[in-house]
Design a protein around this ligand. Sequence first.
Ligand code: UDP
Length: 370
Amino acid sequence: MKNYDWLIVGAGLYGAVVARELNKKGKNCLVIDKRDHIAGNIYTKNDHGINVHVYGAHIFHTSEREVWDYVNDLAQFNNYVNSPVANYKGELYNLPFNMNTFNKMWGVITPAEAKARIEEQIADLHITAPRNLEEQALSLVGTDIYEKLIKGYTMKQWGRPCTELPPSIIKRLPVRFTYDNNYFNDRFQGIPEGGYTAIVEKLLEGIDVRLNTSFKDFKAKAPEEEISWDNLLYTGAVDEYFDYSLGKLSYRSLRFETEYLEDTDNYQGNAVVNYTEGEIPYTRIIEHRHFEKNDTAHGTVITREYPAEWKSGLEPYYPMSDEANLSLYAKYMELASHEKGVFFGGRMGLYKYLDMDKVIREALIFSKQH
Ligand code: UDP
């Protein structure tokens, strides 16, 4: 008979940080994952000497000293700064929206000229409190940038028009009146040399892990295997845990098409190029070797990212944080509150669009409380 203090479902970043922290406190943990690898969606896999971000590009950025120190204990971070380029029908613009973008779009030179141009474009719209993503975007950057760099991209990414999306989504992006192409405002940023999987391996050192193991199967077989646990941390989708008894939560999914190109070691000159026009079905092309400034690998690996409506069998990437879904989530949380010794966490369990640093922050808070 083997009894664990904690069964942690999901070997992603959240589950792995909690496992390590609880383990440090002397708690005995078992981590299970239905996939055949650890690290959840931050999993990176070496392909021809290049670390490929298998479930989408992950760039670590944070303003929290404690979180930055935490990850730097686990890996050496490089000085990568994310500066995506947007390609709109062959016209190239720097992101996020900054003086380089405004200069290329309108030929303006000074911040005052750029602000005046935006003002001029939105004067007639009289937007005071933006009610949706379109109004938010227009009030921040004007009509030209909205039409060329936001409208089509967002429509593809979320599968619905900007008028039906919350303003919060676009507020993730900085708008700057300086010549600064850094996509993030955070104090610290970088990519772990050697990939993200190595980080999660380190977090899980000395902890029992079972892969290819779904919670349902594991739970069914546990009595026969004589395994039990006192507490459960579930980092999968909360509606799945409750067998969709109150209905299904919605997600946005992604499909990745990855290819190795033998004949070039620099396909697009940048790690991230966004394709912002609506007619091209993918949102971006990632060239992985630029994340780690890999000079030694031969060839290059690129990934086209296609957004997709989520349905059973596809990976649920982004929670759809509209009113209907948030209210359904709240109902599931009400159910969850009656489950003794069961906790939900991570991007799926919390049903929140969380960056990696926020996942670590949440995991550290959880671990301190238990
Ligand atoms: N966005 C856009 N054009 C771009 C990049 C982003 O309109 O070229 C908008 C889009 O609505 C997207 C949001 O900004 O959903 C947030 O982008 P971010 O890069 O933060 O998305 P993530 O990388 O997390 O998917």
